[in-house]
Design a protein. Sequence first.
Length: 223
Amino acid sequence: AKITTAEAIDLFRSFYPAPRATDELLESFGLTAQRDQRFGHLSGGQQQRLSVALALVGNPEVAILDELTTGLDPAARREIWTYLRGLTDPDGEPTTILLVTHSMEEAQFLCDRVLIMADGRIVAEGPPDDLAGAGGSRQISFTVPDPLDLDELRGLPGVREVRGGGGRIVVEGDAGAPQAVLTHLSGLGLTAGALRVGGQSLDDAYLAATGHSPIEPAAETQE
């Protein structure tokens, strides 16, 4: 706990024949101001950033990183993600990164290929965008000024699930479902407020692959 940030990096650098520069790592991981600060006085997030820097100080061909951004604020997390994406640049001397994470956002940003595991088995694999779009799922959510019969929405082409609550209606379906819903609302003379349209996320793909439904029980009417 008495070693300083720079001393820790210098120590680990001494173990390798062609390490990364101390100043480069301090700057890349936002630790320049903590250069002479003792490890025990660093915050949890700063300690985590230093741990990642020490894992990469030897300029490895392969790096295994486990939950690397745990405890980091969003800004620090993005900075590390951007740095790691640079390490995998095929135009340089790329580092292969094996990432273990529960953050689907992290996997989506960093990974070229994702393996989803459940009960010790691989249940899905592929590029993150392919996994997210495998079901062709679309979601549309909106509010309406007047009560709406949700059973009518359930009968629209491509619609699989409908739920309502808190004044917002959420519809899940195939690629044509959003347009079918908007056309239906227009025919009723209703305008969708606070409209959001999106595709299936990697979170949704994870839930589907591991047997957990991302759809909550549907409300029967929108009052």
